[in-house]
Design a protein around this ligand. Structure first.
Ligand code: FPP
Length: 225
């Protein structure tokens, strides 16, 4: 039976969820943060899941209106500060991926602080993709390992990436069917699940249904069986 040891999620639909309620888009992000918590807690209790990678802010999200970007930065900082206790209680290790050097020094400090304080936890790894883009990740990795006379191997590249684990199950909420520059290397053999559900409405029940369907898929990784 398939084991979904690494689940990755593109959390889309926050803005539309808010607009459907006549609210400002940022209200959708606030509601989305609550779902991040409930899905993370569910995965932490589900022993098979070892890593949950969530696309929280992409290298392209800087193009959004300044007020929305600033709101997301504040929300992230608030979330991480309030979540530390929960990480420790549930034995969750927080690991950021992406180039966080673009963030304010205060947010960078919070990210590093929460990662350090939860580093001893050996249950679920909750990995937030922050100023993350797969192209940027690959370029940074290649620049780290480039040497004049040596061919780069697959293992060398994997080792230099922010995320070193292949994805088993990749979920995108919000109705679109694209990868949006998320974990492109790691998702080579991921099973892709798309749902029209907007992220703030995504539930543990829907995730359970996906996990159940995932176990029934025959994964061949290019072979015959
Ligand atoms: C996409 O929805 C979502 C984002 C760009 C940000 C994701 C952020 C959260 C889920 C909340 C904060 C996260 C944490 C970890 C505290 P969208 O705004 O593109 O939605 P739309 O497609 O309906 O416009």
């Amino acid at each position: 039976m398939n084991r979904a040891t690494h689940i990755a999620i593109i959390m889309d639909g926050n803005g539309r969820w808010a607009e459907l309620r006549g609210e400002k888009r940022v209200k959708g992000h606030e509601a989305g943060a609550k779902v991040v918590r409930s899905i993370t807690e569910y995965c932490a209790a589900h022993k098979e899941v070892q890593r949950l990678t969530l696309y929280a802010f992409s290298t392209e999200n800087w193009k959004r209106p300044k007020v929305e970007v600033e709101f997301l930065m504040k929300l992230l900082e608030k979330y991480l500060k309030s979540e530390l206790e929960n990480y420790l209680k549930n034995n969750i290790r927080f690991e950021p991926i992406g180039d966080i050097r673009a963030f304010s020094s205060s947010l960078q400090k919070t990210i590093k602080d929460v990662a350090e304080k939860s580093a001893h936890c050996d249950g679920l790894i909750q990995s937030l993709a922050l100023n993350y883009g797969a192209h940027d990740e690959m370029l940074r990795a290649i620049n780290k390992i480039k040497k004049a006379d040596e061919d780069i191997t697959e293992a060398m590249l994997y080792n230099a990436l922010d995320c070193k684990d292949s994805v088993d199950l990749l979920i995108r909420t919000g109705g679109d069917h694209r990868l949006s520059n998320f974990l492109l290397w790691q998702s080579a053999y991921a099973e892709l699940f798309f749902t029209d559900t907007l992220w703030p409405d995504f539930s543990v029940k829907e995730l359970e249904k996906m996990l159940n369907n995932f176990t029934k898929i025959e994964r061949k990784f290019g072979g015959l069986k």
